[in-house]
Every structure is written in C-alpha cells, then in structure tokens.
Write a protein that binds this ligand. Structure first.
Ligand code: ADP
Ligand code: TRP
Length: 319
C-alpha cells in the first residue's frame, strides 16, 4: 500500500497540522510505503517572498524529521524536485470541468477572505490531484478541510481513466474523525491563514502567551462551565488520557475552576508532549546541510518513480 501526503511550507506548523497530518503520517509509515512532500509549488499560489519561502521549506523539513519521520521508511521530498507533477496537472486540467473548480470550498473561502483569485489558486485542486495520482497513492492522510480536494482527485482520476484507459489508482482519504478539525485560539478552524494558531515549536513564553489568549466565554471563577463548548477543553483532549479528560470535565462542571487554570494545565501538557521533538529539532537546526541532502536524495527517488507513470500518461494521451 502506498501512503502519500503533502504539506505547504507556509509558516510555523501548528497543532492542527500536527494532529491533522504530521502525526498520522508518522503512524502510517509503519503500515506501508510512505511518500511525504513539502508542497512548495502550492505555496506559490499566495506569492510568498522568495527568501521567506526558502526558509519555510527548510524549517518545515526540520519540523517533520523532528516529529518522527523515519527516513528509512518514508520518501521525504520537495514537490518541486519532480517538475513532472506540473505536466500531469496540465493533462488533468484538460479533463477538469471549470464548474468543479468553482465549487471548491477552499477556493471560495480564500476569495471570501479577500485573496485575489489568481489562476494558480483556482486550479490548486488539479495540482493536488496530480501530486496524489503521480505516485499511484492508495491512501492520503489529511485533515477534514481537504476532503473535497480528495473527492475532486478521485473524480478526475475516474474521468481520465474512462477516457484514456486504466492509468491511475483511485486513492482513498484517511481522515480520522477525532482530530478532524482542531480549533484555533478564536474557535474557528486553526489555520495559518486565520492567524489563530498555536505553534508546536517556539519559545516557551510565546506559546504560553498564545495559550493564555484562547477565547472563552466570560463565566467567573466560581461558575460551573460547559466543557463541550470550550476551546481550551477541546485542545486539552488532544493531549490528555481518558482519566485526565474525565477529571478536567469534572473541574469544569463543578465550578471554582477558572479558565486560567485550564489554560495552564493545557500549556503544561502540550509543552511536555513536544519536549523530545524540540530536542531533536535543535540538533537538526544546527545541521541544515544534512537536511538539504535528505531532501535532494529523496527528490531523486520520487522523480524516478514519477517518470514511470508519466511515460504511461504521455503514451495514453497520444504524445
Ligand atoms: P493551514 O490551514 O494552517 O495553512 P495547511 O493547509 O498547510 O494548514 O494544512 C496542512 C495539513 O494540516 C493538511 O493535511 C490539513 O488538513 C491539516 N490541518 C490544517 N489545519 C488543521 C486543523 N485545524 N485541524 C485538522 N487538520 C488541519
Ligand atoms: N492542499 C494540502 C493542504 O493545504 C497540501 C497538499 C498539496 C496535499 N498536495 C497534496 C495534501 C497531496 C495531500 C496530498 O493541506
């Protein structure tokens, strides 16, 4: 079984990225052949400054390795090390109805938030489909927000196969319900583009401050509180054991337990959870040449794999 996912190098990885994607990838690499890439072509849809993009790519590579990517089991590469993915996106663009792209939630959301709609953003799902299909992926672990993109991928693969013969494997998404949407500090989906994230790595003081800024209702210390509508509780659940969750629930319901207490408990859980990964990260940060070399070598492996499929695709369409 081939497992594949990608993540955009668009800033500090946060709890949503970790629980929605990074942890799944680290667990799934035990179950099959894993491909993981840094979606640097996709990052261009929001026109980042070149220097910033370069820095983000390296940082994300360091973050992923620190979080437990096993380089013996996972091909970890840059999307742009395999330019054929753009060629495949072009092939797929020619079986992609415009209406299908217009209906993509992520596109509609970005427009609603004021992003200028360039064609890269519009055809984003086609490039994503190419990423997935190019490596014959069976399983694609992602957060719930990517579900529609996976459906589009399947649609395009089926359409292409109907028109040109059985070329593509039809992939399945892997979207665990328990961590489907990690809320941000304002209660919306946690996302770099909404400025509501809690980064997994960073300075203790800054992370603590962010946790203390999580939005809650304005019940007083003595009042009983509702755990099920509270962002702090939702985040705490990601780190705590069943018993700890039950205990925290009682604290909320019982009153005389303030949001400040809950936030402090959340911060402590989170800080110790990421402790070993922070250590590994510091070692990698001191040796960027090692990380670059991993990306380069793995890029070659991925490209070799991609070329096999591209050969079939070119022949199938008549090139
Ligand atoms: P962002 O929204 O911060 O830009 P990305 O779009 O780069 O994050 O997402 C990278 C991966 O992390 C994707 O698989 C995505 O589904 C997952 N992810 C992002 N935010 C969340 C979230 N709040 N909850 C669950 N998964 C998430
Ligand atoms: N669109 C994904 C995101 O923003 C990143 C991505 C690009 C991806 N290509 C992919 C994820 C292929 C899974 C498979 O999160």
């Amino acid at each position: 079984m081939r497992i594949l996912t990608g993540i955009q190098p668009s800033g500090l990885p946060h709890l949503g990225n970790y629980f929605g994607a990074m942890r799944q990838v680290c667990e799934l690499q035990e179950k099959g052949e894993s491909f993981l890439f840094i979606a640097d072509y996709h990052a261009l849809t929001t026109s980042p400054a070149p220097e910033k993009l370069r820095e983000n790519i390296l940082n994300l590579a360091i973050d992923f390795i620190a979080c437990g990517i096993d380089l013996d089991k996972t091909v970890f590469f840059r999307q742009s090390s395999v330019p054929e993915v753009c060629e495949l996106a072009w092939m797929l663009a020619n079986v992609s109805p415009v209406g299908l792209m217009e209906r993509a939630h992520s596109y509609k959301d970005k427009i609603a938030k004021g992003f200028a709609p360039n064609c890269g953003l519009f055809t984003y799902p086609i490039l994503m489909a190419a990423d997935i299909l190019l490596y014959g992926s069976n399983l694609v672990p992602v957060g719930k927000d990517q579900k529609q993109h996976l459906e589009i991928t399947r649609d395009l693969a089926i359409k292409f196969n109907n028109q040109y013969g059985e070329i593509f494997t039809i992939p399945e998404g892997f979207i665990p319900e328990t961590v489907a949407v990690v809320p941000g500090i304002d209660g919306q989906k946690m996302s770099k583009s909404y400025g509501n994230t809690i980064p997994i790595f960073g300075k203790e003081k800054e992370i603590k401050k962010t946790v203390m800024n999580i939005v809650t209702d304005c019940k007083g210390l003595e009042d009983p509180k509702d755990p099920d509508t509270c962002n702090v509780f939702a985040l705490y659940k990601l780190f705590a054991s069943e018993e700890e969750i039950a205990e925290m629930r009682q604290n909320y319901l019982g009153g005389n337990y303030g949001y400040g207490h809950a936030k402090k408990a959340l911060f402590e859980k989170m800080w110790s959870f990421f402790e070993p990964m922070r250590k590994r990260r510091a070692e990698l940060e001191a040796d960027p040449g090692y990380v670059e070399e991993i990306l380069r070598k793995n890029g070659e492996i991925a490209r070799e794999e991609a070329l096999k499929l591209m050969k079939k695709v070119r022949a199938a369409v008549g090139l």
